[in-house]
Write a protein that binds this ligand. Structure first.
Ligand code: 0O2
Length: 283
């Protein structure tokens, strides 16, 4: 089916179908000035159209929240299914966040983004973010495949910083995906950035993030070098863990052949409980 879209006043592309959405687009909000929201710590939004701006901003962010929640639900279903029906679970942890207005403003500056919802929606692709941590690199790709093979998930872009790490050592698999959100007045496709990484990658990224937050642009070279070394160590750790994991899994599988061989000989059969423990250790 050919998909047709309109872009509405909040910068979200809305899918047009004859039955769901064919009405007029939303009203055009005033020129966006998020600073006016942020500069009101007293919480008084009653002046100068700020109330309207605040409402528009809330509606804009809500769509991302719903899209993000859909992705979290999809991943939680996968995790729970693995938990109950499989021996191993590729998903260790799922977290999510909406970008806060400060962070959106900062990125608007960096990305030369106009002060319109449309421009933010186009240029800031991680307003809604979901992060998945896995034990093994193979699990990262497995979860990516399980999520993106779902029929209502559209892959917009993939950045594989695992195969191709950033120069500072950052590794993760980033997927920009679009999911449909059904609002009272129709369907809107919402963009969500999903970051998938191993526990080792996540450990490194959170430390690196803290260091950058603390030193801003002035991180001492010795720390940058240390971080790069740590990134290399994390890569080696991931490779070793993957190898051990594969070995233990294979040991579990081989035990059937070994059992057969042994059953024909004089040696006692390997203990099933022991093989089971080994399998768990590797999962
Ligand atoms: P937060 O706190 O997650 O909101 P960029 O221009 O690099 O900021 P871009 O080009 O839109 O972002 O996309 P990219 O490179 O895929 O990175 C987006 C997000 O990935 C970042 O969001 C981080 O969460 C994470 N990320 C990317 N590079 C690094 C890195 O070198 N170190 C760490 N720790 N995280 C990284 P935000 O907005 O920077 O942060």
């Amino acid at each position: 089916m050919q998909r047709r879209y309109d872009t509405d006043a909040l910068g979200t592309r809305r899918r047009r179908t004859s039955s769901v959405y064919s009405g007029p687009v939303d009203h055009k909000p005033a020129q966006l000035d998020l600073g006016r929201l942020i500069d009101r710590p007293d919480g008084d939004f009653s002046h100068d159209g700020v109330q309207q701006l605040r409402q528009d901003f809330t509606r804009f962010m809500m769509r991302y929240k719903f899209g993000m929640e859909e992705i979290v639900t999809k991943l939680s279903i996968l995790r729970d299914e693995f938990e109950h029906l499989h021996e191993t679970n590729p998903i260790e942890n799922i977290s999510s966040r909406l970008k806060n207005p400060d962070s959106i403003l900062e990125k608007m500056g960096r990305k030369e983004c106009d002060s319109t919802f449309e421009s933010i929606a186009e240029k800031i692709t991680d307003v809604a973010g979901v992060r998945v941590t896995c034990s093994f690199v193979s699990d990262v790709y497995h979860v990516f495949d399980l999520l993106t093979s779902q029929s209502d998930v559209v892959i917009v872009e993939v950045r594989d910083y695992i195969t191709d790490p950033k120069p500072n050592g950052y590794r993760s698999l980033h997927a920009l995906i679009e999911v449909p959100v059904y609002l009272s007045d129709g369907e809107v496709p919402v963009l969500v950035e999903v970051q998938l990484r191993t526990i080792a990658m996540d450990f490194w990224a959170s430390l690196e993030h803290k260091i950058h937050y603390k030193y801003r642009e002035d991180v001492p070279q010795s720390l940058l070098d240390g971080l790069k070394d740590a990134a290399d160590t994390a890569t080696e750790l991931d490779a070793t863990m993957e190898r051990l994991h594969a070995e233990v899994k294979t040991a579990g599988q081989l035990s059937a052949g070994l059992k057969d061989e042994l059953s024909r000989g004089t040696v006692a059969l390997p203990d099933d409980a022991f093989v089971e423990r080994l399998k768990r250790l590797g999962s």
